[in-house]
Design a protein around this ligand. Structure first.
Ligand code: NDP
Length: 308
């Protein structure tokens, strides 16, 4: 029985050292080294090999080295293979930082002031107390919930939207497509922390953006595929939306002549909102393999039919 790691080599070397100590009976191979392919039970990867099923016939679990699994072709995997996404405190903390920074930047109108600085304009605005700035988070999973709690700490009235009905102390929770318009209508800042699935692809379109109150801002740290980019540009250019902070695009990076690079009210970061940390991520992987060996549920187990 063995594990193969196929992703960023530096993190792989760190995980190989960790596994030698924590699970010495489980050989840890760094791709393209795989040992005996028939002995491979676990694969930790961002992009698995295309011939995964034929190459590793005894594979039991495919671990994503990131929080998302939209890069996998879930339908092409053998039905018995379990898929697990990364849930680890370092990744969550990074996303909380990014979302907090972005919401504060929109709340304090930094995109406007940076644009003014570039144009040599010195013009103050009145600003708004945090208690008056309504923030909403799309997705109330591991990352969405952590973001909601951090934002509540600043005094923002926070609401959130998920598929199933959830309750979070002090937050207003909405569920399902039918409650989405009411959720959007009550926001000044919208944060997207959804997984990319067949249902969520393209959901931030002209109609959804129009459902936000005039002057609202957007933070997209989910996936580029959630957003219809032309619709965002139209909403910014018409003045309906004030600014957008985007960590993701589709494709990544945007083409050289894409308006995202130079739009005065878009801040673009290169998919850096958060990442799996070598230390805490490695510990989470070890813990999940121990759970799997004991027959216990793994953290971050993906429902393959839902796609997240
Ligand atoms: P989770 O699986 O823990 O949470 C997903 C949330 O989205 C759940 O609340 C779920 O609802 C909700 N959701 C999914 N589909 C729908 C739908 N159709 N309608 C309504 N709600 C829906 O994921 P994480 O919080 O761990 O991660 C979220 C995403 O963040 C990742 O998939 C990835 O795309 C992105 N990400 C981006 C990073 C970056 O650097 N930019 C880094 C890490 C993650 P319910 O609770 O009812 O199931």
């Amino acid at each position: 029985m063995s594990i193969v790691y196929k992703s960023e080599p530096l993190r792989g070397a760190a995980w190989q050292r960790l596994f030698a100590e924590a699970l010495p009976d489980l050989p840890f191979h760094l791709w393209p080294e795989t040992g005996d392919p028939a002995a491979v039970r676990y694969l930790a990867a961002w992009q698995p090999p295309e011939d995964l099923a034929a190459r590793f016939p005894a594979l039991e679990v495919l671990f994503s080295v990131g929080a998302g699994v939209d890069q996998f072709d879930l339908r092409a995997l053998p039905p018995h293979v379990q898929v697990v996404r990364m849930v680890e405190p370092g990744l969550t903390a990074g996303m909380v930082e990014y979302v907090t920074l972005s919401v504060l930047a929109l709340h304090r109108e930094f995109p406007l002031f940076l644009d003014q600085q570039r144009r040599g304009v010195w013009a103050a605005t009145k600003g708004l107390r945090a208690e008056r700035r309504r923030v909403g988070v799309l997705g109330l999973g591991v990352l969405g919930l952590a973001a909601v709690k951090a934002l509540q700490g600043f005094g923002y009235p926070v609401s959130a939207w998920s598929r199933g009905r959830r309750e979070v102390a002090g937050a207003t929770c909405f569920a399902g497509t039918e409650e989405l318009p009411a959720f959007l209508a009550g926001l000044d800042i919208l944060v997207c922390l959804l997984p990319l699935t067949a249902e969520t692809r393209g959901m931030l379109d002209a109609a959804r953006l129009a459902a936000l109150p005039r002057g609202a801002g957007l933070v997209n740290a989910g996936r580029g595929g959630h957003l219809v980019e032309a619709d965002l540009l139209a909403a910014l250019d018409s003045g309906h939306l004030s600014a957008a902070i985007l960590d993701v695009s589709d494709p990544e990076p945007p083409p050289p002549d894409h308006p995202f690079w130079s739009h005065p009210r878009i801040w673009l970061t290169p998919h850096v909102a958060s990442t799996t940390h070598a230390d805490t991520g490695g510990e989470a992987l070890v813990e999940n393999i121990r759970r799997h060996r004991r027959g216990e549920p793994m953290l971050g187990l993906v429902n393959r039919s839902r796609g997240y």
